[in-house]
Design a protein around this ligand. Structure first.
Ligand code: 4NP
Length: 168
């Protein structure tokens, strides 16, 4: 009886998962992933702290790129409230999992880790798709269709990540 109650307590009071998604500028890929995870988690009733950041300080306090906002809007996601901020080493303490969008972002984050436990928190976001360690291509200098491709990748990885969190 006590065991059953304790198990139920653990089930209902699972600590909130804290996730950080990171790209270079924090105005294209990571705010798109941020918006997807935020809305999908809410729809699925998953208690999630989700934030995004850039490895650079190029676009601190800026809104997401218009092309990213428009692409997200076309699929029903509003990310106009998000603002750019830079990754800081204390993010290693705050977040359970840190997802890099590409290999450069991954290496830049890993270079700031103090120890193995911090390094182990860092993964490529697309590793959530069939465990493939692929990069999300940077759409900033490309054409509009790059954002469609990025959206599809982020959408699939977000669904898989949330399913994994639900199953944990
Ligand atoms: P993001 O894209 O890393 O997906 O936000 C970029 C945004 C800005 C720059 C590069 C990539 N930039 O060089 O300013």
């Amino acid at each position: 009886m006590i065991k059953g109650t304790a198990l139920r307590f653990l089930f209902y009071f699972r600590p909130m998962k804290k996730i950080l998604v990171v790209c270079l500028g924090n105005i294209c890929r990571s705010p798109m992933a941020h918006g997807l995870l935020r809305d999908k988690a809410e729809k699925r009733g998953i208690d999630l702290k989700i934030e995004s950041a850039g490895t650079s300080n190029f676009h601190v306090d800026e809104s997401p790129d218009n092309r990213a906002q428009e692409k997200m809007k076309s699929y029903g996601y509003n990310i106009s409230d998000l603002r750019g901020r830079q990754f800081i080493p204390s993010d290693f303490e705050e977040y359970d999992e840190i997802f890099a969008m590409d290999e450069n972002n991954y290496n830049d984050i890993i270079a700031q880790a103090q120890d193995r436990s911090e390094r182990e928190k860092v993964k490529l976001f697309l590793s959530e798709i069939n465990g493939e360690n692929l990069s999300v291509p940077d759409p900033y200098f490309g054409h509009e269709d790059g954002f469609e491709h990025v959206f599809k990748l982020l959408d699939a990885a977000s669904d898989n990540l949330l399913k994994r969190i639900e199953d944990e």
